[in-house]
Write a protein that binds this ligand. Structure first.
Ligand code: 2AM
Ligand code: CA
Length: 261
């Protein structure tokens, strides 16, 4: 599909994400001030902005031929190899001092997630990998789980601010209520990038969400695929990372979950 050196690109992005993670960690639990973007639940802090500036300048030095699209500064979407940067995924958590937030950098080529790095500095945990090259958690190879029964499964989901706008006909609450009684338990931790990494490393057996942004999921979906997982939209068709309706699973539970979502 591509003659990019995915191992080299992933290694470069991991170093950049680590540096951004250390920058962001300095602001964690400092009660950073924030501004509301589209809604009361869609925030930006000075650390989101500083993290994206740092990531952009480092990526431009290290991988000058790869385009960049970031949550805070935008960029041009195309079929060409592009880094999708979320300088802090889980900004609401970050702003409230909750540890589930991450720096996320994913590589898309023709819309397909091929490589990803996610660094969660307050959890001292990082994931990296690329499709065909495996996935790694803190440097150790990881894979999706082997769970085959919903009753044995730990799942995760989320409610993006777009989804939660009052009166949305596509409210994820209905799906949450259908899945909850069928599974061992269901988490909602507020960072899509982190949730996807926990599918990739076998902690969660599956994760779904609606209306995410491409930068929320570019890295995490690449890691799920690198770790042997399955990724579709909520109808079982190929996932479209531009509209952000995704189900990521360990394969075994995928077909049982689709009708519930
Ligand atoms: P963020 O913190 O980078 O904004 C919560 O379930 C998830 O929704 C997080 O990954 C969060 O990412 C994401 N999210 C927040 N605002 C969003 C928006 N306007 N569109 C899509 N996803 C969003
Ligand atoms: Ca963000």
């Amino acid at each position: 599909m591509t003659d990019l050196d995915l191992a080299q690109l992933t290694a470069a992005a991991l170093e950049v994400a680590r540096e951004a993670g250390q920058l962001v960690l300095q602001g964690w639990r400092s009660r950073p001030s924030y501004e509301r973007k589209a809604s009361y639940a869609d925030l930006v802090t000075e650390f989101d902005l500083a993290s994206e500036r740092l990531i952009r300048s480092r990526l431009a030095e290290r991988t000058p031929s790869i385009a960049i699209v970031g949550e805070e500064q935008g960029g041009e979407r195309s079929e060409a190899p592009t880094w999708y940067v979320d300088p802090i995924d889980g900004t609401v958590n970050f702003a409230h001092g909750h540890p589930c937030f991450a720096v996320s950098i994913g590589l898309l080529v023709a819309g397909q997630p091929l490589a990803g790095v996610v660094v969660a500095p307050a959890l001292a945990t990082e994931w990296h990998g690329f499709v065909g090259g495996g996935a790694f958690r803190n440097g150790k190879a990881c894979r999706v789980s082997e769970t085959t029964e919903l009753s044995d499964a730990l799942l995760a989901t989320g409610f993006s601010p777009v989804m939660r706008r009052h009166g949305s006909p596509e409210d994820n609450v209905d799906a949450f209520c259908r899945v909850m009684p069928q599974v061992r338990d269901l988490r909602r931790c507020g960072s899509a990038a982190h949730d996807l990494c926990l599918v990739a490393d076998g902690t969660y057996d599956a994760y779904w969400e609606r209306k995410l942004a491409t930068w929320d999921i570019a890295a995490g979906t690449a890691l799920v695929l690198a770790a042997g997982g399955r990724l579709t939209n909520l109808q079982g068709a190929p996932a479209d990372l531009t509209n952000g309706y995704i189900l990521a699973s360990n394969h075994h539970l995928h077909d049982a979950l689709l009708p519930l979502l």
